[in-house]
Design a protein around this ligand. Structure first.
Ligand SMILES: O=C(O)CCC(=O)C(=O)O
Ligand SMILES: [Fe+2]
Length: 271
């Protein structure tokens, strides 16, 4: 069952629930002022370009934008929220030394949108390894997420995954609605889910948009979903603190993977 915690809950309690159920909510993890600031920074670009991401998977009444670091400087505050990083540490650092932002996307589901197809994020990886989550994802609520406006749907019953292979998405089409829960949460809250969790955006039957910021964190030895090196201009990347630069990929994994001349962390033989 999907459980809601608050931001004072120790992160190991939240991570344990996330790992057991595939999802967990932290209510009001960020304050309204930050969420409003991000929503304001995203407003113009979302209106100008958000429709360009319409397709069968994303929907045709949903606006989206990727590469948030270029569009909303305040979104960086969500990316490095200490509780979020503790949760990402618990899920990912079992299998890697450091991890990266996979993608960062604003998702605004407008009235009249249908429920998104149920899926698993990270099914773009051609293999799966039992027990290894390649990614962990978080959806930050820029507006309240309600049952009516399209709060993310998910299946916490892990048994439905038994026998389902990587990318076997047809298996999700007949999932009984009674197995589907929704991440209902107030603005400022964060919904976390595992890469292996079946989920999808909800239908918006209300009269106003449901807006959120989606951020994924992926193992340091897999390719990130977004190509941050091409999406975020170098001078924009360099304008952020080292913690952010490292999270988008300006670091190596261990001494050998992703190294570059002069790498302070890598075993660059010419250094
Ligand atoms: O908008 C949502 O609630 C979820 C979106 C999603 O799961 C996706 O696009 O992969
Ligand atoms: Fe998804």
């Amino acid at each position: 069952m999907l459980t809601s915690f608050n931001k004072k809950t120790p992160s190991d309690v939240i991570s344990a629930s996330l790992l057991e159920n595939g999802g967990a909510i932290v209510l009001n993890q960020a304050d309204d002022e930050l969420m409003d600031r991000i929503a304001q920074e995203l407003r113009e670009p979302l209106d100008a370009k958000g429709h360009e991401f319409e397709n069968d998977f994303n929907g045709y009444k949903t606006r989206r934008l990727g590469g948030l670091l270029e569009l909303s400087r305040s979104s960086a505050e969500l990316m490095v929220h200490s509780l979020t990083l503790e949760i990402a540490d618990a899920v990912l650092k079992r299998h890697c030394e450091n991890y990266r932002i996979g993608s960062s996307t604003a998702i605004e589901i407008h009235p009249g949108e249908d429920a998104q197809i149920l899926h698993r994020d990270g099914d773009f990886y051609p293999i799966s390894i039992p027990g290894v989550e390649f990614q962990v994802q978080v959806m930050w609520a820029l507006t309240d997420f309600t049952a009516e406006n399209g709060a993310t749907r998910l299946v916490t019953d892990r048994d439905v995954l038994k026998g389902v292979k990587n990318r076997e998405t047809e298996a999700f089409e007949n999932i009984d609605e009674s197995k589907v829960e929704q991440a209902v949460m107030p603005k400022g809250s964060a919904f976390y889910w595992l890469q292996s969790t079946i989920h999808g955006g909800g239908a918006n039957t209300s009269s106003s948009p449901r807006s959120g910021v989606f951020i994924s964190y992926s193992l340091g030895w897999v390719r990130q979903e977004d190509n941050h090196y091409l999406m975020i201009p170098r001078e924009v990347a360099d304008s952020y603190p080292d913690q952010i630069r490292r999270l988008i990929g300006y670091q190596s994994h261990g001494p050998y993977l992703g190294i570059y001349p002069g790498d302070p962390d890598g075993n660059w033989w010419d250094a």
